[in-house]
Design a protein around this ligand. Sequence first.
Ligand SMILES: [Zn+2]
Length: 274
Amino acid sequence: MLGWFRRRPQPKRRAIDAALWREATASWLFMRGVTAEENDRLHALSERFLAAKRFAGTHGLEVSDLMQVEIAAQACILVLEIGFDWYEGWSDVIVYPAQFAPEREVMDEAGVVHLTNDPMAGEAWLGGPVILSYEDVAMTADEEMRVAGYNVVIHEFAHKLDMRSGDPNGFPPLHSTMDAAAWKRAFSGAFDDFTRRVDAAEALPKRKVQAALDALPIDPYAAESAGEFFAVASEAFFETPELLAPAYPDVYEQLRLFYRQDPHARLARGERRG
Ligand SMILES: [Zn+2]
């Protein structure tokens, strides 16, 4: 009857020392205003991530400890308040040195199948790996190079959360305290509005298009589909809440309820502290 007294096994961790943790997280925009207590929990969660997931590099890329911690920390900010279980059911993170261009068959609106090989910064597979271009990950940490609001790791891991209820469609499983109708209203209204704004920008004279797209509050890629809108809005929620919250307050509010975090308030606190 020894089993009666057996303790529940503790979740496994792979330790990240304090110096490596600081180096890996110092420059991310989403760390602005994070409290010491939140930082400690994010650190612990990232140690769990490293123990649970397997990293593999392609084209001879060695995924160093620093790179693994950078990816783990960004992935874990999404589940900081909702729990690591959201990332169960798959195990591999594949890292390309730069953008990759897999050959794919895509059917167009007329039903014609084309072979494409568009360059990609990241990909998330249902029940399978997350694939990332490290060049894009690194760019996000670089103050000179980064495009604020662009974060490929947050983007792909948001797809992973969305996939908890099947193909990514911008409708992850919601907490029981949330209202599915309110989610749908907020996201479909914002998606329609944003798609119109992207279309209007693209209809401008050629020399004005890029500036108009750059002036949008979130990455124009969000207009691709409801699933992409959710992933891009999640990037903005963590990286540039100061742009997302005023532009689409209902979406911000739903994401705040979903992630159980308020990065906009956190940012304001961080700025007061200096
Ligand atoms: Zn995507």
